[in-house]
Design a protein around this ligand. Structure first.
Ligand code: UDX
Length: 462
């Protein structure tokens, strides 16, 4: 190891877009404090990478599915099980290889979707930190399921429940879908397993910030050594203290950067609805049709990210119709965009989204008010917080068939973008942006936590 590095940290993300990028951005902050970083990624994920970051060292491990990764496995559960077996071995081999090459690892920062990493760390006598990519409220709910406090199914529809630590009461439609849906008791088991050996770790890092979730962070901190270190987005969009921090992340999709920015540059200030459902969500064709019509009826301009696998579900001739539109209600459909650049653009007035945590945190950090259409996983809880706790958005309600209708979409967009009732939402969005920037800047809560984490790592590793 170079003499300028005091500590070597091995980062182990779960191989999903949202998980890898937040851990990558966090790694850059550690690296700027002279911590040596190696990120361990699965061979299958690396194979699909369009571009690798040049500033950080990446090594391969195996999930047991080197050809197709998750898609090669029969089920998510089968994938996780095999990853545990093969991943433990290949991660151990990597740690040994790094030690043999004169670059021994001192600390493992792992994604708690892969709790077996703690055992690997213990076998090598390393310190360990769990890195939760979801927010503290969601972690708190899974913790209560783990403890058996939340009974399943949790409540009758619409019955309010109070969970210790949360700053608001929630209904069953607000809890992560894995807690209530048949889509899987086994998936819930994996979420809950994040806590199975959490008492053995030295730190629990959370991609959130104190000011956003004070109450639940204080509550969870009595149980675990929690440190909030977010928002983990590029420094150039927040505090601008990491010089030349332009590398976006690891992405399996290629952004249509020029098309998006050229188009946005021609739209008036705060006139555009940005629409994205992240890297995984799949909408039903009926929902795509309602969304398309709702956007058209809102009479606003819109930039809609529709991944190529989703595009066949768009209404017939929709893209062609857009090309013929002039005046208001112009639209651009792209397969992937440079989201931070888009959210930062002055033409954006509102973000219509499924509320995945990374993209929600990006909207908070860049001060963009939201219309939420949560689909699964932690998204309903994130949407609840956006609407009722942070008050920077509205939730577009589904009908009994689970579809959000065009009228609802149109109404929500108008409320957030132009109505007097939406003024407080627009103002709050600006307030959160300022706070998000402050927390990672010198002396801010996340900045202090990262400093403390680094200094303890250095002390323990001596
Ligand atoms: C998944 C889950 O769905 C989500 O519930 C969980 O909180 C995290 O993991 P995903 O659905 O992809 O993630 O959403 P999200 O976590 O928000 O991440 C999407 C990422 O892709 C964001 O960082 C966003 O900036 C990026 N993105 C999205 C782009 O860069 N360009 C795009 O066009 C769309």
């Amino acid at each position: 190891m170079s003499t300028s590095h005091k500590v070597h940290c091995l980062i182990l993300p779960y191989p999903g877009q949202g998980h890898i990028n937040s851990m990558l951005q966090f790694s850059k902050r550690l690296q700027s404090k002279r911590i040596k970083i190696t990120i361990a990624l699965t061979k299958s994920f690396l194979k699909n990478m369009k571009e690798l970051p040049t500033s950080i060292s990446i090594e391969a491990i195996s999930d047991g599915y080197d050809d197709g990764g998750f898609h090669q496995a029969r089920t998510f559960v089968a994938y996780i099980m095999r990853f545990k077996e093969v991943g433990s071995d290949t991660l151990s081999q990597l740690i040994q290889k790094l030690a043999d090459s004169g670059c021994p690892v001192n600390c493992i920062v792992y994604d708690p979707f892969l709790p077996w990493a703690v055992e690997v760390a213990k076998n090598f006598g390393l310190i360990s930190a769990a890195f939760f990519t979801q927010n503290c409220a969601v972690d708190n709910i899974y913790y209560h399921v783990h403890k058996g406090v939340i009974k399943l199914p949790p409540t009758k529809n619409n019955e309010e429940m109070l969970i210790s630590g949360l700053s608001c009461t929630i209904e069953s439609s607000d809890v992560p879908t894995f807690v209530i849906n048949s889509e899987g008791p086994r998936i819930l088991e994996l979420m809950v397993n994040q806590f199975s050996n959490l008492d053995k770790v030295d730190w629990v890092l959370i991609n959130s910030f104190y000011e956003l979730e004070k109450e639940v962070i204080d509550w969870m901190s009595k149980i675990y050594p929690i440190k909030t270190i977010g928002p983990t987005i590029l420094s150039m969009y927040l505090d601008k203290r990491l010089h030349d921090d332009k590398e976006y992340g690891l992405c399996i999709f290629k952004p249509m950067t020029n098309e998006c920015l050229n188009w946005l540059n021609h739209q008036p200030i705060s006139s555009v609805v940005y629409v994205s459902f992240g890297s995984l969500a799949k909408l039903e064709a009926e929902q795509m049709e309602e969304l398309a019509r709702g956007l058209r009826n809102s009479n606003k301009n819109f930039l809609w990210v529709v991944r190529s696998t989703e595009e066949p579900k768009l209404p017939k001739n929709f893209i062609e119709e857009l090309k013929l539109t002039s005046g208001n209600n112009k639209g651009l459909v792209v397969s992937w965009c440079p989201q931070l650049q888009v959210l930062e653009h002055e033409s954006i007035g509102c973000f219509l989204t499924h509320c995945g945590w990374n993209l929600t945190l990006e909207a908070i950090s860049l001060g963009v008010p939201m219309v939420t259409m949560p689909q699964r996983s932690d998204q309903p809880t994130n949407a609840k917080l956006v609407k009722d706790v942070w008050e920077m958005g509205v939730r577009a309600k589904q009908d009994e068939k689970g579809i959000v209708r065009r009228e609802v979409i149109e109404e929500c967009i108008k409320l957030v973008m132009e109505e007097e009732k939406g003024k407080i939402i627009r103002e709050n969005a600006k307030k959160w942006k300022e706070l998000a920037t402050n927390v990672v800047d010198e002396g801010g809560s996340s900045h202090k936590n990262i400093e403390e984490f680094v200094s303890k790592m250095v002390t323990i590793s001596k």
